[in-house]
Design a binder for this molecule. Sequence first.
Ligand code: ZN
Length: 267
Amino acid sequence: MLFDVHAHLTHPELRAREAELLARAGAAGVTSIVSNGLNPADNLAVLELARRAPQVRPALGLYPVDAILPEMVALGIDYPRDEAELLPGEEAVEWVVRHVDQAFAIGEIGLDGYWVPEELWGKQERHFRALVRLAIEADKAMILHTRKRERRALEILLEEGAKRVDWHCFGGKVKLARQIAEAGHWLSIPANVARSQSFQRMVETLPRDKILLETDCPYLGPERGELNEPANVAGTAAFIAQTWREPLPLVRERLAENYTALFGTPP
Ligand SMILES: [Zn+2]
């Protein structure tokens, strides 16, 4: 029972190959793919996909850049999203509130200080906090994106008392990753682990019950430049087994237990 806690199967590059990708994931032993939505239009596509494919679990969210896109456009900042919905963040948050019953998890949500200028951080934080509160009230796990704002995201999550949290593709210091795991949260390791020293260090040093598998497909593939897909989590599990010096079936079992601990249901 393998799983991918962070996929973007509704991405235009993957959407056309849906049947093929799901078949390959199934053949690799992947029984759960949490497909993450970025904005209301994408969330809707995620819900439709989950209706067609029961192994796809819908995570409804608001990407931290999309949350603040109209304000960024007003400031003349360029951001590469073709199908960007220029919905105000407040409305996009409301959309998730209205559809929370249909969500397997809330994600992706978070803070981004890489694309978003500091003058908009306060507003971005308000949208993030609203979604964190929603996830806690609805008793759903949340899947987090943070870039350059990891410490602040942790502060907010601790203030709000968030416990069921997965940090996707964590790019901060490994020391902070350990603090996050000590706070009780999980961190998911992407399929590019074999060419990332920082993810390797996380696999070596984080508590083993706090590690999950993700792809972030179509991004972050095992081979640079190649499209990523959920089946690739099998390679990550094998890499982890090698690092831990444990038999692969045992590692897959442990990882499935971690998934169950976060989401409250097995993969
Ligand atoms: Zn993502």
